[in-house]
Write a protein that binds this ligand. Structure first.
Ligand SMILES: Nc1ncnc2c1ncn2[C@@H]1O[C@H](COP(=O)(O)OP(=O)(O)OP(=O)(O)O)[C@@H](O)[C@H]1O
Ligand SMILES: [Mg+2]
Length: 507
């Protein structure tokens, strides 16, 4: 295809674009923005605005076509009737005409036309070949005329055919004129014009037009009603959804939408319910988190207050005072730990925790972390075993985060083990480095495994004997999830040790 042809094809679309652009600019200059105006319309109005013009236009076109056809057929029928009548009468006229022209008088003609004289609907005119008037319906205004006018119907009849014309007649109404030549021995000796008022036909056609329009009105109303009904069926659930959303915004949690339909709106309601459920869960979790945090902070504060009250009492000896100061120090560091944990969690929740980084020398870093904990374990009289593969590949986790995870797991292992062994194992498995921290300590019921990672969760059996906030594992899990890593806890039961397995993706 040549460029010239392409240019031709695109030219009209360019023109339409330019016209639309100009129209918009002009409207904008008048302060009218059609999109702005459209945006203000309600859904109902939009639906009506879309459907009504199409339907009205369709109906009008249909009415015009049907009406036009009815009108044409009625007219044709009318014309055929008049023509047939004209031809019938004309057929009886040649002889009387010939006789009349020969000077025999008009009696024969009068009797041939006698039928017409009694029927007011029909008007006739009989002329000879020179259009000289021979007979006519009384009152048609031919009294003062000798020769009939050269009308289109007569012109055609002069050519030997039936001529038809419509024009206003004496009474001002439209008439249909049909002129036929009268032949005698193959000579046209005159013309017979039969006419009839079109007023009754017009009236009938008007009636038919009116009927057509009246018949389409109910359809139009039905379509308006249907559009409104559709708008309502769509709008009702949307309004319900809106009300539920408002309720939620006002703090009512767990709002549920009834699911009455299986269409897109039903899906929307389901999604809304899911959102509501999730929001409820998240908010409940958040509330209990704040509750727990306040609770955990209050305990050390109470202890500190008691100690301070006691210290204000002058009668304390040096030994007691030193003990209280040591207690205070411990409570303060406990609180500092708690606050640090809370801040870490808050940072992760807010998405401010940097979840990027790579540990290149995985084996070296693991051994380095291990060294500290070996000393701690030995101080507590536990044996410490490591089984770290050499030359582990780089893992996709920030160095700080890997240390945070292992410090928590090894710290727990040593804390919750009174005698026996604590161990660290690391090996490559496919595209993951598997790190296991295990111990022979207090263990837990296998069913509890998942709960250990909940915020502030502490097993009943350790709650009173061991210090802690129940946040370590929650932080570990949240940090690992940010790096796309997994953690699982396993124990065969109370006092049967514990295994914590971390799967780190290879960088
Ligand atoms: N190695 C383990 N052996 C047995 N139970 C454990 C072990 N590690 C954790 N748990 C259980 O999981 C709970 C949650 O552990 P987590 O580390 O989150 O909290 P914590 O150690 O109690 O307190 P902290 O916030 O100081 O770490 C512990 O209270 C304990 O009941
Ligand atoms: Mg812990």
């Amino acid at each position: 295809m040549s460029f010239v042809k392409l240019g031709r094809i695109f030219a009209p679309s360019q023109w339409i674009k330019a016209t639309l652009y100009n129209a918009r600019r002009r409207l904008a200059a008048l302060g009218v923005s059609w999109f702005g105006w459209l945006r203000q319309l309600s859904f109902r109005q939009r639906l009506l605005l879309t459907f009504l013009p199409i339907v009205v236009m369709g109906s009008v076109v249909q009415i015009l076509i049907a009406g036009g056809q009815i009108q044409r057929v009625s007219m044709e029928f009318f014309q055929t009737q008049v023509e047939a009548e004209a031809l019938k009468i004309a057929a009886s006229l040649p002889e009387p005409m010939e006789h009349y022209l020969e000077g025999d008088g008009s009696d024969e003609i009068q009797s041939a036309l006698s039928n017409l004289q009694y029927d007011a609907a029909w008007h006739y005119l009989l002329v000879d070949s020179n259009r000289r008037i021979i007979a006519y319906t009384l009152g048609d205004g031919y009294e003062s005329q000798q020769v009939a006018e050269q009308t289109p119907d007569l012109t055609r009849a002069a050519r030997g055919r039936t001529g038809v014309d419509i024009r206003p007649f004496v009474d001002g109404e439209d008439y249909l004129f049909v002129a036929t030549p009268i032949f005698y021995e193959e000579r046209a000796i005159g013309y017979f014009v039969l006419s009839r008022s079109l007023a009754p036909l017009y009236q009938e056609v008007h009636q038919q037009w009116l009927q057509l329009i009246m018949a389409s009105l109910p359809v139009l109303l039905l379509i308006v009603a249907a559009s409104l009904w559709i708008a309502n069926t769509i709008l009702r659930p949307i309004m319900a959804l809106r009300n539920s959303a408002l309720k939620m915004a006002q703090g009512e949690l767990g709002v549920k939408m009834p699911i009455e339909r299986e269409d897109e709106l039903g899906d929307l309601s389901k999604s809304f319910n899911y959102m509501s459920e999730q929001l409820d869960k998240i908010l409940t979790a958040q509330r209990s988190f704040v509750n727990n945090a306040a609770h955990e902070l209050r305990n050390p504060l109470m202890t500190m207050r008691l100690r301070l009250d006691a210290m204000a009492n002058q009668s304390l000896d040096e030994g007691q005072r030193a003990q209280y100061i040591a207690d205070l120090r411990q409570e303060v560091s406990h609180m500092a730990e708690l606050v640090t944990s809370l801040l870490t969690l808050a940072r992760i929740d807010e998405g401010r925790h940097m979840a990027k980084g790579v540990v290149e020398e995985t084996s070296t870093v693991l051994r380095d972390i291990s060294r500290n904990w070996r000393i701690r374990a030995q101080q507590k009289g536990l044996s410490y075993e490591t089984e770290i593969e050499d030359l582990l590949p780089a893992v996709a986790i920030a160095d700080n985060d890997l240390r945070l995870v292992l410090n928590n797991l090894l710290g727990n292992a040593i804390k919750y083990t009174q005698r026996g062994t604590v161990g660290l194992k690391a090996q490559l498995n496919g595209d993951r480095v598997i790190i296991q921290v295990w111990d022979t300590g207090v263990g837990f019921e296998p069913l509890e495994a998942e709960r250990l990672f909940e915020r502030f969760y502490r097993d009943e059996s350790v709650r009173h004997e061991y210090e802690g906030n129940g946040l370590g594992l929650a932080i570990v899990k949240a940090v690992l999830e940010q790096h796309g890593a997994l953690i699982m806890a396993y124990s065969e039961g109370a006092q049967r040790g514990a295994w914590f397995t971390v799967q780190l993706p290879v960088a």
